[in-house]
Design a protein around this ligand. Structure first.
Ligand code: GDP
Ligand code: IMO
Ligand code: MG
Length: 440
């Protein structure tokens, strides 16, 4: 029985939440493997209610599904507490269904403070441009993890050790905040110890050895979805560094972020938006800074699910997505927000780049910012279709001719089949190839 990774193939917000929620119907487990509350995964239930999940896996709205937050995730207990409450208030059982790795690292208040202070400094000083982070403390928390100073959930079990570790960390962070960032807002060790002791009690029922749990489930042949947050082009190694997040959203991150072997992965589904968006700074070759970009933002309601920031919009960049297909081994694509392109007179796909200095054609994506800053996209143009033409359609074969031409071109450019086509935020606004569901 398959273990399937569902991950973002662009710069995030492709609609991973919708696709994971949709596929979770046929699964027993959904596990998040990296990132933190920087993610915002939107789910629209059949009754019209909409929820944005930041940490809880997108399978939680299916009562029979167990949800796992893996060791690769950085957990902000404040955000998690709010989210558990939101889901419970919606009438959904969380206890007994949510499991959190005791090896996951915790986001502390000082991580969020340092994230914001660092961004403010980068925007002001001439040192370079800010990344445009979500301010959720993600970078500083992963810094501590890799510097072997982080506080893990398991550390909450030993109060004395926790207090000692926190004192050491807070001494260092307060020095950084006051002396380097010139901040007056310093951390109070005793207050943080008290707060995290309360979180410990609240989180206790959820904490377990999730690697063991998941490996057992896989051995028993359960259907498991591994949910990526962020996306390939925001990956710390493969993204447009330094304009990236601080984790590994790409397929390899699923193994290290959950403690399961690469040999257990059966399938990788890449979620691809029918156009491109990006929140925050960094290269974006197909960005449209004109009224067409504005039109996409409006039609696609492209405002951040976590921060509310307007998302930068542009045409589908097949060069960038081909790269995501390659590094993740994507064999199946879930194309989302196709409906948003309706009623546009002309639709474009970037199939190659051209170097502006000498006209050299570039067919392979690069994360070299200098190269990316000196290319222009080469587009293929397609005729549009009317929104009304998509109404009531449940099979790809029944789509209007112009849509089919556009979809065939995407498959040709990306070299992977579009097994899921999403034409609305709801679960049933989706054309799913039955062979895919059957194999889940
Ligand atoms: P994620 O971070 O990848 O889960 O994506 P987000 O939730 O941040 O952003 C995707 C947005 O598009 C959400 O508001 C979804 O409800 C919405 N959405 C998902 N699929 C579709 C679709 O096919 N059509 C439309 N119009 N909206 C969609
Ligand atoms: P989902 O899972 C889109 C972006 C931020 C910023 C960069 C680094 O909903 O697709 P961070 O706070 O992670 O240090 O910010 O990454 N970013 C996202 N963009 N969707 C996300 O998550 C994102 N999570 C982080 O805007 O550019
Ligand atoms: Mg999102």
């Amino acid at each position: 029985m398959p273990v399937t990774i569902v991950l973002g193939s662009q710069w995030g917000d492709e609609g991973k939440g919708k696709i994971v929620d949709l596929l979770a119907e046929n699964c027993e487990y959904v596990a998040r493997y990296q990132g933190g509350a920087n993610a915002g995964h939107t789910i629209k239930l059949p009754d019209g209610r909409e929820f944005v999940l930041h940490l809880i896996p997108s399978g939680i709205f299916h009562p029979g599904v167990f949800c796992i937050i893996g060791n690769g995730v950085v957990i902000d207990p404040v955000a998690l507490r709010e989210e558990i409450k939101m889901v419970e208030d919606a009438g959904v059982e969380v206890k007994g269904r949510l499991f959190i790795s005791y090896n996951a690292h915790l986001i502390m208040p000082y991580h969020k403070q340092i994230d914001k202070a660092s961004e403010a400094r980068l925007s002001k000083s001439g040192d370079g441009k800010a990344v445009g982070t979500t301010g959720r403390g993600i970078g500083p928390a992963y810094e501590d993890k890799f510097a072997r100073k982080g506080i893990r959930i398991v550390d909450l079990l030993d109060r004395n050790l926790l207090a000692e570790k926190l004192r050491q960390n807070i001494f260092e962070k307060n020095e950084l905040l006051s002396k380097f960032y010139d901040s007056k807002d310093l951390c109070d060790v005793e207050q943080i110890i008290r707060d995290y002791e309360v979180f410990d009690q609240e989180m206790d029922p959820y904490i377990t050895d999730t690697s063991l749990l998941l490996n057992k489930a896989i051995a028993e042949g359960k259907n498991v979805l591994l949910e990526g947050a962020q996306a390939a082009l925001l990956d710390i190694d493969f993204g447009t560094y330094p304009y990236v997040t601080s984790s590994s959203p790409t397929a390899g991150g699923a193994c290290t972020g959950l403690g399961i072997p690469p040999t257990s992965i059966d399938k990788v589904i890449g979620v691809v938006k029918a156009y491109s968006t990006r929140v925050g700074n960094g290269p974006f070759p197909t960005e449209l800074l004109d009224s067409t970009g504005e039109g996409l933002r409006k039609a696609g309601r492209e405002y951040g699910a976590t921060t509310g920031r307007p998302r930068r919009c542009g045409w589908l960049d097949a060069v960038a997505v081909r790269y995501a297909v390659m590094i993740n081994g994507i064999e199946s694509i879930a194309l989302t927000k196709l409906d948003v392109l309706s009623d546009m007179p002309e639709i474009k796909i970037c199939t190659k780049y051209e170097r502006v200095t000498d006209g050299k054609i570039i067919e392979h994506f690069t994360t070299n910012l200098k190269t990316l800053g000196a290319i222009r996209p080469i587009y293929e143009s397609f005729s549009g279709w009317k929104k009304s033409e998509l109404e009531g359609i449940s099979k790809r074969e029944d789509l209007p001719g112009n849509v089919k031409i556009y979809l065939d071109a995407i498959e040709r450019e990306l070299g992977a089949p579009l097994n899921i086509i999403s034409i609305g935020a709801g679960r049933n606004e989706t054309l799913v190839e039955q062979s895919l569901v059957g194999s889940l």
